[in-house]
Design a protein around this ligand. Sequence first.
Ligand code: DAH
Length: 378
Amino acid sequence: MAKYKAYFYKKDDIGLLFYDIFFNLRFESNTSKDKSMQEQLSQINQIIAEIKDFQADTKDKLETFKSKYIGKKGEVASLFEQMKNIAAEQRKAFGIELNRLKEVAQDKFKELSETVEAKTQVSSSKPNDLTLPPVPYALGSIHPLVQTRARIVEIFERIGFTQSEATEIEDDYHNFTALNFPPNHPAREMQDTFFIEKNQTSDMLLRTHTSSVQIRLMQQQKPPIRSLMIGRVYRNEAISARAHCLFHQVEGLYVDENVGFADLKQTLYHFAKELFGKDIKVRYRPSYFPFTEPSAEIDITCLICKGKGCNVCKYSGWVEIAGSGMVHPNVLENCGIDSEKYTGFAFGMGIERITMLKYQIKDLRLFTENDVRFLRQF
Ligand code: DAH
């Protein structure tokens, strides 16, 4: 363009001519740098697309990738060389694009290296040598609480008890009201409750005992009922060696015609002998529970001092294992069972407590700490 223009200048405009030629050359050379920037950018994008599609499943292919893109004479390096041909004001933008390319290439190289590495490891592993000694198999043991539970179930199953279950999230009605706890009665405070929802039509809570399952069972099934109800219960207690906010209970319920206190005594005596041995002595101590009348606490001779007196039994020779009693007529009626026709007994005990007595474990927290040194002993 500049060349043609020169013909139209007059002789005395020669200075202008030179200026124009010079200006146009500069202009031309800028245009070519512009063009080269554009080309370079589309080249960068093209290379990025190529890199993304690149597949390598062998070391050779990985090498090809390396030398083609990130090696000293690779595409990335040669584009960096061309930096000098880029107009100064565009160099920064170009540099950013180039660094993006470099990063994509390096990431892809890392990814491909890992794939190739994994493939070669699999293919180089030898088939199993069947003559080698076996890898030692670390057998676990059954948790002591599960062992006690299984033993309790076994004893009661043999005398005709089935098993029943219900949810751990309970409403106030099943946990308290239907069990003859009057509203606002201090007996409710016997068990520090975790409430989930309060002041609704019926408060929701975490069941504080398995006695709530008695209600659910009697609502669904009519006598004769002979069942064990086992599960987790929750109380808002500070955790210590003797108390926990979570523990397990076994509840027993027997409702039929002519069930009397003698049946309760004999059943639990049979249970204690089966679980702790035939020398065990059992005593029934009068007590109070809203859902039984009469109520009794069941004690056995202390297994540690054999009844002589020690710090575990607080020098009384006896330890408590369960609460029990004859099902209160109100409870039967609340569940639609005729209390004139049917009577029943119920009992409830803590699985942790029984296990602690049986194995002489001094700290309740050990059951939930999952320390294998403790668990291995059972
Ligand atoms: N639910 C009582 C508690 O957690 C234990 C209990 C006492 C259960 C007497 C019974 C029973 O079935 O008859 O403290």
